[in-house]
Ligand binder design. Sequence first.
Ligand code: 5GP
Length: 171
Amino acid sequence: MSHKVFISQEQISNRVKELARTIDQDFSGEEIVVIGVLNGAFMFVADLIREIKSPIILDFIAASSYEGTESTGNLKILKDIKVDIKDKNVILVEDIVDTGLTIKELQKDLKDRGPKSLKLCSLLHKPARTIHENKIDYLGFEIEDKFVIGYGLDFDGKYRELPYIGVYGES
Ligand code: 5GP
């Protein structure tokens, strides 16, 4: 299936640098626990932490919010973090906020563990699809309601390796 470049490698790289600069300003050298949401955020988080100058502890979490009916919003943690986030500055890093359910539930779960602060960073956001409101503290790009792939995002497990973001099915 073909796809066209929607956000180029250069655009992503420039935006990642800007986000890292803002994060560094906000935390002024304090340690940050960065939690990447698997699988989609792996590439974004890898690039982001290489631009952040503040000391970092990196961990990953994998969760599914679609067990049972969507509206119940049950969260199933498939892979938990190992680090104790109590009294720590935490940034949760997601690939895309779509309806907002996954990230809302994940934030609730992490908040219960008593972090000093909990911020949300997402590479992409589709405002047209929002059902569950989330404050995205650090946002890469706001996009239209298109199904995107690449730079960590998949379709049926494929295309995660692309260094840019494409729109699936458009050429
Ligand atoms: P939400 O709970 O916000 O509806 O779901 C977010 C998750 O849905 C993302 O982490 C991602 O895995 C998936 N998703 C939503 N929109 C897209 C998209 O355009 N492309 C891809 N590849 N995944 C998406």
